[in-house]
Design a protein around this ligand. Sequence first.
Ligand code: SF4
Length: 252
Amino acid sequence: MLALGIKQNMLIKNKKVQLSEIFTSIEGEGIFFGTKTMFIRMAGCHLKCYWCDTDYALSMNSGKCYSINEVKKMIKKKLTKNTYKINFTGGEPLIQYDIVKDLARFVKEEIGLRTYLESSCYDFNRFGEVLPYFDICKIEFKMKDSNVVEKKYYSNLLKNEMECLKMAINSNKITFVKIVVSKYSNFDEFKELIDNIFHTVCAQSLAGFIIQPTTKIDEPTVDSLLKFYDLVYPKYNDVRIIPQLHKVIGAS
Ligand code: SF4
């Protein structure tokens, strides 16, 4: 994290963006799956989900370094018609939160498109900084089997995720929850998490609840997916099990 921090401070100071890629494709996850979307993939993530499918973007040195104006020009140039929204994803967008704030403001105010934040919600202070510039928030809760952080840091991550959920809802953002499950995900842990979520926020304030099975790596069985579903349904009956569409259809 130290190396990431130094690099990140340099980028902010020099108004530079470490960008993995910008591309347009089909939204493959969450409640807007199937929509044409532009993705801005920021470089860098200090977390360690073992099923991460963007390992090429985890290093702070991945991708290329641009000025903010170069990225803004790139967004304008690459934008194609009928694009539903622009996703800020990663990597982890909150690592370069100051830059993300600037770019999201540009997308909203100068391009007039919806902005969507896909973050691991690891830091609610940074989340609060960027939140005013986003319309849609996916709040992802990581299960312990993801190995996202060392066990001793897990409760802190959970606390940040929960705080981000509250902040997004209190700011009237379109907010949905996503939880990735693998064949190693634990039902008791999942139930405790669900109880915690619906103790914290009211079900009516959520725009969706997605259970996402891992794809091509330790996939859960259909029976276990239905068990996870049954744990959410009594609290939120519009819960959906949705695999990653882009992998099914071979999109990027
Ligand atoms: S938080 Fe996202 S980008 Fe970071 S390791 Fe996990 S899945 Fe990959």
